[in-house]
Design a protein. Sequence first.
Lengths: 264, 163
Amino acid sequence: MDKLIFGRYIPGTSWIHRLDPRAKLLATMFFIIIIFLANNWQTYLLLLLFTLLAVKLTDIKFSFFINGVKPMIWLILFTVVLQVLFTSGGETYFQWGPIMVTSQGLLNGVFIFCRFVLIIFMSTLLTLTTMPLSLTDAIEYLLRPLTKLKVPVYEIALMLSIALRFVPTLMDETEKIMNAQRARGVDFGEGNIFQQMKAIVPLLIPLFVSSFNRAEELATAMEARGYQGGEGRTKYRQLHWQTSDTIVMLTFAVLTGALIFLRN
Amino acid sequence: MKTKYLVTNAIVAALYVAVTVVVAPISYGAVQFRLSEVFNHLAVFNKKYIIGIGTGVFVANLFSPLGWYDIVFGLAHSLISLIAMTLLTRHVKNEWIKMAVNISMFVFFSFIIAWELKLAFDAPFWLNYGFVALGELVVMGIGMPIMKYVNDKVHFTQYMEGK
């Protein structure tokens, strides 16, 4: 459970922490798009330096970012190794049947590795420096134009907020029920996959029942307090777009320009 | 009762995330035995659960290392599969058949995830397709009798419709 701490937000007052969640959300989404512009060592180096600077600005220990890479490490290594072994072109250092190590292959391997790490660092940066609820606010704001297309944006945002609010509660509940069932002799995570799956029946039934009861109580409480849908609701947390947010957007525009200039 | 529909789906989403985090720590990556995939069968019992499952996938992926990539493609995979299942089984009453169709849709549309990895990292498409599809097939397959049994005890439709 400690491996994937839910909502990895780390409180802080760094420059990145204080940015508007909308700016951070837009910037990280945009970063994932412009990373595809990089196709030589100059562009990857630029993106690497840019990301490291951003990481530095968060005032968060580097190990937290490394932890983001860990769950993906097998997929990354696997992809990189295949890339190295099956790419032709450039100087050939080693060949055995279809397997070969070429200079082009090694270069591609390094690029793919960089791409993985850069995307993971940026995504981690967003979740480390932004409260989950601020993220929902930002998502709601950015989706707002869709209300014209009859998309229930307020309802989606409310569902996201409620879900985020209840994840830790239900995680506790899941743990509690698992421990209660363990005390009755259920083995979780032991035996083959069939046995492991079978063990979740005595977990799922009480979990669903208690969650649905919780939902029912919450719905009643909301209606008793006069909830009537998103229209005209006011907000406790207000978002403020500041100069620093505009600076971030401009920086990304410059970065995009530089990438287009430097790429092959 | 619209509030109830909204709140129930939100709680289902939270439950999906909680089970993803607590029960199966190896959830992201090429080979996924995500125990929470059994939740996909909820849509078989009542299609109103689709929005809750979608929200759950969204929130779970919000904290995945690949961030937006996983959100866009993961959400597309789940929603397209669930909607396809609903459309294909409009006139089917038998829940076993509906669950089997659900599994086929999730297995088939796993190519969306393989395509995501191919597109972003030039990862081998067929191999990842195989991994993801296998994960879905195994978990949702064993999940069939489990969810059927849980439904007999919990009655998912009743909660959603408020009867």
